[in-house]
Write a protein that binds this ligand. Structure first.
Ligand code: ATP
Length: 607
């Protein structure tokens, strides 16, 4: 008999779970089962194993009757030994099948989670930057790990538990009714006597445990606050010793009361349940005896014993199936959470009918582009400009004016909300994403390097690059000297456990990475963080010849970078307010002049 409030003690929903109870629809179930369908042969085998082992597990109970009637009462030793061996064999067989069943369950569950994880990862990779800026990384990781682990648990245990218990229950009922319908009905009627107090006990214990947990948290809180150096200082200086003691003593007292109630709830209900659970068999013996003695029914001692044994097999499944509803709701909530992620639309879609540019030259054209990250605020308004192949443009403007937003639209990190962005003469939405992005190289302000070696970070751009190519790119990016100075050279580790790179070194390394990629269009988002002038010069030396040779867009904060560009676009509040060359713009007396006076010139003075 399961102990009261044992494993099933957890089987109640919290208020939060009740409030967020998912809607179980046919569509949801169909979707869940669609994950099972690729594994239908294994599933069928597992179901077979569950069915056979559940039924086999009941057989020893039935054989007990024969052991009594044919073996013991019939005084047939051969038969007795045979039946005992059969009973043992059946138990062994059921257990062996149980092993196969759990292997199959785990195999299926692991494969389904493998599929789910992979397709979720693929799906998330396709999400636009909007998704990653809007959702917390923790949430993404939870869904990828613990939620999907939960699904695995559901498939490996919840589904099987439901099935095996349902089969055991049905098989036990069929066997009982076949044996004797009167006794079977008496048996069924006493089941609630056992089940109801068990559930009641479980619920009480569960509530007490939760209360005790809350109380324990409170005690820990008090200890944390008052048993620290600063906490004690505060207590002493404000003379709060007595009050703190009272608080602690109060929580402590509540705690012991709860603990005593919890253990006693278990004990009292155990008495009740034990009594009730023996009422069932006793009642069956009584009714069986009356039927045998008074009504001369065709009933043997063995038959009555079988009924009692089978009755014992009813309690477990009934209880589990009643509790499984909670597991079921939790499982459905898990699936719903995961499907929510799967259902998030892929905003930046591959074109249905991709076009090819007739020449990949890196040219860019914005035609009346509007853009907003969310419905509340439009960020870009009617932005139009043209960047011819081989030329360069500098984008300048106050912080938050929309410079980075403009460049985000070119590799389709986001899609425009109005107008068109064309790359090499083709609307970016008509180019295959891979082709588009492989022809654009971005050196961003916040250089992201993976936690690996310098070489690994460089090869990320071109996995098959030769040593000579690596050296060449690093020389052009002005970082080769630095790499040579490292003991391990290209194999020196970057990131938290390896060598620490300065902002300037990181940016030069990412310039080398982009050079290896050799894109048709180079976008350089200059770091606003102040680098020392030596670092700045090194970056400048690296970037100047590159800009000369290819189509480039520079988000510029320094005059030297601005001067290197063929044209300057001045952005303010998401609009291009001025455009031209430095000399003309300075004279114009507009936003650029203001920026020049406040930002560029001052930077120049400090150099
Ligand atoms: P800075 O020079 O400081 O980098 P910027 O000119 O590049 O600024 P953007 O980063 O393009 O400016 O930002 C333009 C506006 O869009 C800002 O007001 C910013 O708050 C807003 N913005 C930027 N990214 C997002 C986002 N993911 N979601 C919502 N709003 C955003």
């Amino acid at each position: 008999m399961p102990p009261p409030g044992g494993p099933m003690g957890r089987g109640y929903l919290t208020e939060e779970e009740k409030a967020n109870r998912p809607k179980v629809t046919a569509a949801l179930l169909k979707r869940i089962f669609s994950y099972l369908t690729p594994y239908w042969p294994q599933l069928l085998l597992a179901l077979g194993c569950i069915a056979v082992s559940s039924v086999l597990n009941l057989l020893p109970s039935v054989l007990t009757g024969r052991i009594l009637d044919d073996g013991l009462i019939g005084r047939d030793l051969r038969m007795l030994v045979l039946l005992i061996l059969l009973s043992l064999g059946v138990t062994l067989g059921a257990n062996l099948i149980g092993v196969a069943e759990s292997y199959l369950n785990n195999w299926i569950a692991q494969h389904i989670t493998y599929d789910m994880r992979n397709s979720m990862y693929r799906h998330l990779q396709q999400m636009s930057q909007r998704f990653f800026t809007a959702s917390s990384q923790g949430d993404i990781i939870t869904r990828m790990t613990s939620d999907i682990d939960g699904v695995q648990r559901v498939i490996a245990s919840t589904f099987t538990t439901i099935l095996s218990n349902a089969i055991t229950l049905i098989a036990a009922l069929v066997l009982m009714y076949r044996e004797n319908w009167v006794l079977a009905t008496v048996g069924v009627l006493v089941v609630p006597l056992f089940v109801i107090p068990t559930r009641f006990a479980g619920r009480t214990r569960w509530e007490l445990t939760r209360e005790a947990q809350a109380c324990n948290d409170e005690i820990n809180g008090i200890l944390n606050e008052t048993m620290s150096v600063s906490g004690q200082l505060l207590v002493k200086l404000f003379g709060r010793e007595e009050r703190e003691y009272q608080k602690y003593e109060d929580a402590n007292r509540r705690m012991i009361r709860l603990n005593i109630r919890e253990s006693m709830a278990g004990r009292w209900f155990f008495v009740v349940i034990s009594t009730f659970s023996s009422v069932g068999p006793m009642l069956l013996y009584l009714v069986g005896g009356i039927l045998m003695m008074r009504y001369d029914a065709n009933l043997s001692v063995g038959d009555v014993t079988v009924m009692v044994a089978l009755l014992g097999r009813l309690y477990g499944p009934v209880n589990t199936l009643l509790n499984i509803q909670v597991e079921w709701i939790r499982s459905m909530a898990l699936f719903t959470r995961i499907f929510e992620y799967f259902d998030m639309p892929v905003e930046v879609q591959e074109p249905r009918f991709p076009k090819k540019p007739w020449r990949v030259d890196g040219s860019v054209e914005f035609r009346h582009v509007d853009f907003s990250y969310d419905v509340e605020r439009q960020i870009l308004h009617d932005v139009s400009f043209r960047l011819e192949a081989g030329r360069s443009v500098a984008i300048v403007g106050p912080s938050g004016s929309g410079k980075s937003t403009i460049i985000n639209l070119i590799p389709r990190l986001y899609d425009v909300t109005g107008g068109t962005v064309a790359f090499c003469g083709v609307d970016v939405r008509d180019l295959p994403l891979k082709a588009l992005r492989s022809n654009i190289g971005i050196v961003s302000q916040e250089t992201y390097l993976f936690n690996g070696t310098i070489r690994e970070n460089l090869l990320y751009a071109k996995p098959n690059a030769t040593e000579a190519e690596l050296i060449d790119a690093c020389q052009k990016a002005n970082i080769y000297d630095f790499i040579q100075r490292q003991e391990l050279g290209f194999d020196a580790l970057v990131g938290n456990r390896g060598l620490k790179l300065s902002g300037g070194e990181k940016q030069r390394l990412s310039i080398a990475r982009v050079l290896l990629k050799d894109p048709a269009l180079l976008i350089f988002d200059e770091a606003t963080a102040s680098l020392d002038s030596i670092s700045e010069n090194k970056i400048q030396e690296a970037i100047d010849p590159i800009i000369d040779q290819r189509t480039s867009i520079l988000i510029a904060h320094r005059l030297s970078t601005i001067l290197a560009a063929d044209e300057i676009l001045v952005v303010k509040d998401g609009r291009i307010v001025e455009r031209g060359v430095h000399a003309d713009l300075v004279k114009a007396g507009g936003t650029y002049t203001e920026l020049y006076e406040t930002q560029f010139r001052r930077a120049l003075d400090t150099e």
